[in-house]
Design a protein around this ligand. Structure first.
Ligand SMILES: [Zn+2]
Length: 652
């Protein structure tokens, strides 16, 4: 593992967590230089397979030499950028991990490309896997930029981008664990030419990513060829997989968080690309504030569909107060995207100056650092109804855990960025500045061994139930363990953080909807999702605990409040729960008033197509559940804009 620079070293393999297959989840930083690679035919299939089993101990160079990583040819950004900046178009070799199960489609462990066009009814022939060539072919031709117009090249292009994006989230610089999907099944279906339209979707119900195309040849815009669009939609799929309850809400901010993750994924995946970084360094001389190609999301789409140089920009002046009355999740998301881009710019400035790095080196540092700073905190988030503030606090806490001494003052920089956008308050800032212990153990009634409680959901439930009072969980609520997993994350220079055990739990409260503002739902009840996410290290120390309280208070053991610390904690918890209930009522009324809620009957759930309401309401007896549309899209349809004319019908 000889390497020139420590921060580029392939990370040491993380200790495999119990019951998880981490053989492919180790870090593989992309190299700029393409090493000489022997033809993959030089190694027999059986030898490749045994090397693959040991791949976590191999460096990227060795993997590439022996065909465990394969080079592919894809569009770096999109065909328009490629035309206008040829150096950002072709000849880029991006590396994808070989897998034993690669097959026609392309099909891999987690994706299956199915090129069915619902408008024409045409099922395009699939790109075929050729094990000898180590590439996908159509007929006898290897698929690359020379046949970029073929549907089969499109299939490979989108698959390569997705494989890389998945590796980005699963690597130690990301979540350090395998990502589940939010649906039954392990292969996300990818439809590169789903039909004619100006959009792209992630759809949980049909377990798919759907990419549409529009315009006349030769200027047809294929959304499956845009790395920003593919990354954005994949961001939805990942977030839905790791926090499936985020879609059960009427809150614009939670919907906007989904959009934020989409755009953040697009920005960070661009930055992962070596050719793109090189070009950016040359063009900007290291000054990120000149990096429009990075902050601009979906250039070709924006120009063709909306007549703008891009669809959205991360360099914006949005703040919480400016978007306070907006019901558009795409607009609201820009506050948080903007804050993270502020952080990215501050980091690049810092790296260029403090470390005396060249612009190119500084961009590499920024790419790595941003991946850790922005992605790792996702595991700390509460299981439901996330707010921008929750994310900001998670980012600050994750940074504190990874970098407790903070010699460069990153935490202050993070807090400043979130304060600047109105995401954190002055009070938050003051509280975060107070000296405190890095770790603490909750005072529990019944101690459980961490190995035991992390062993199964049933065991985790008993831990929660045994300690309801201390964990601020109401005595009578039936709680559910929403998820339980281990993660092996990395910090700088490939150092391993302590293993994290993450336990998410939820319960539901019914909130009566009373008044004409609730239209046909007047007299029914909505559900308030409550719960929390506990993160322990391997010794049982509590690293993080984010909660979404309900309105039900403590069952008193001795019949009266004693004014203890725990009494006070409960009182604060209930107060926050009441606030959440009021927010739910307000959001539901606002979404209904804006005509953004559609009623979904059972038969419509699997509907494909481009028009679904942003929020759906499902009534079951007297309980109504508000959900984000199963279609999480790239851009607002007209119904999604603040001035939108389309109103979704609600039967009366
Ligand atoms: Zn989206």
């Amino acid at each position: 593992m000889a390497t020139k620079r420590a921060d580029k070293a392939p990370a040491r393999p993380a200790k495999p967590a119990k019951g998880t297959d981490v053989s492919r989840s180790r870090e593989r930083p992309a190299r700029d230089a393409v090493p000489k690679r022997k033809e993959s035919s030089a190694i027999s299939p059986s030898k490749r397979r045994s090397l693959y089993a040991a791949a976590q101990y191999l460096s990227a160079d060795v993997e590439r030499e022996f065909g465990l990583q394969l080079p592919f040819n894809v569009f770096i950004q999109d065909p328009l950028v490629a035309r206008e900046h040829p150096e950002l178009g072709e000849d880029e070799q991006v590396w994808v991990q070989w897998e034993p199960g690669l097959a026609d489609g392309p099909t891999s462990a987690r994706f299956a490309v199915v090129d069915f066009n619902a408008d024409t009814g045409n099922l395009a022939p699939a790109a075929q896997w050729n094990d000898e060539l180590g590439s996908f072919v159509h007929g006898k031709t290897a698929l690359n930029q020379t046949n970029a117009a073929s549907l089969q090249f499109h299939q490979v292009n989108v698959w390569v981008l997705l494989q890389r994006a998945l590796a980005f989230f699963e690597s130690g610089n990301g979540l350090g664990r395998r990502i589940p999907w939010a649906f039954e099944g392990n292969r996300l279906i990818v439809v590169p030419h789903a039909g004619y339209g100006q959009n792209a979707y992630y759809d949980r119900v049909s377990k798919s990513l759907q990419f549409y195309y529009f315009g006349e040849e030769p200027d047809t815009v294929y959304t499956c060829l845009s790395s920003d669009i593919v990354s954005h939609e994949f961001g939805h799929a990942v977030l839905d997989g790791i926090r499936p309850y985020f879609n059960e809400t009427a809150s614009v901010q939670t919907a906007a968080f989904h959009e934020f993750i989409g755009d953040l994924t697009a920005i960070l995946m661009s930055l992962q690309n070596g050719a793109f970084r090189k070009w950016l360094a040359r063009k900007t001389g290291g000054d990120m504030s000149k990096a429009e190609q990075l902050s601009s999301i979906a250039e070709q789409f924006g120009r063709a569909a909306e007549g703008k140089p891009y669809l959205r920009s991360a360099r914006n002046e949005e703040s919480m107060s400016k978007v306070a009355s907006s019901q558009s999740e795409h607009r609201v998301s820009q506050v948080l995207t903007g804050a993270m881009f502020d952080i990215l710019m501050a980091l690049s400035k810092h790296y260029a100056k403090a470390r005396e790095r060249t612009a190119l080196q500084a961009f590499w540092d920024v790419a790595q650092r941003m991946q850790r700073m922005a992605i790792q905190p996702l595991d700390l988030l509460p299981p439901a109804e996330v707010t921008f503030r929750d994310y900001a606090l998670a980012v600050v806490r994750a940074e504190e855990l990874a970098n407790p001494l903070d010699p460069h003052g990153y935490r202050k920089m993070l807090i400043k960025a979130f304060r600047g956008r109105g995401i954190l308050s002055k009070r938050d800032e003051d509280e975060l500045a107070e000296p405190r212990y890095l770790y603490w153990r909750p005072k529990l009634l019944v101690f459980h061994d961490i190995d035991q409680l992390s062993g199964s959901r049933a065991a985790a439930y008993r831990f929660l139930d045994d300690n309801r009072d201390e964990l601020l969980i109401p005595a009578m609520q039936d709680i559910v363990v929403a998820d339980l997993y281990d993660a092996s994350k990395l910090t700088r220079e490939g150092n391993r953080l302590p293993r994290q055990i993450v336990l998410e739990y939820i319960w539901r409260e019914h909130v009566p909807l009373k008044g004409r503002q609730f239209g046909q739902f007047n007299g029914q009840s909505a559900t308030l999702l409550c719960g929390g996410t506990l993160v322990f290290d391997e010794t049982g120390t509590l690293l993080s605990w984010m909660r979404k309280p309900g309105t039900v208070g403590r069952t008193l053991r001795h019949g009266k409040h004693l004014g203890t610390k725990l009494d006070k904690a409960w009182a604060a918890e209930v107060q926050e729960g009441q606030q959440r209930r009021d927010d739910l009522l307000r959001s539901a009324a606002a979404e209904l008033a804006a005509g953004r809620v559609g009623v979904v009957a059972g038969s419509e759930k699997g509907l494909l197509g481009t028009r679904l309401p942003p929020v759906t309401a499902e009534s079951d007896r007297d309980v109504v559940t508000f959900r984000l549309s199963p279609h999480l899209s790239l851009s607002g349809d007209d119904d999604d804009d603040d001035e939108g004319e389309r109103r979704w019908e609600i039967s009366s």
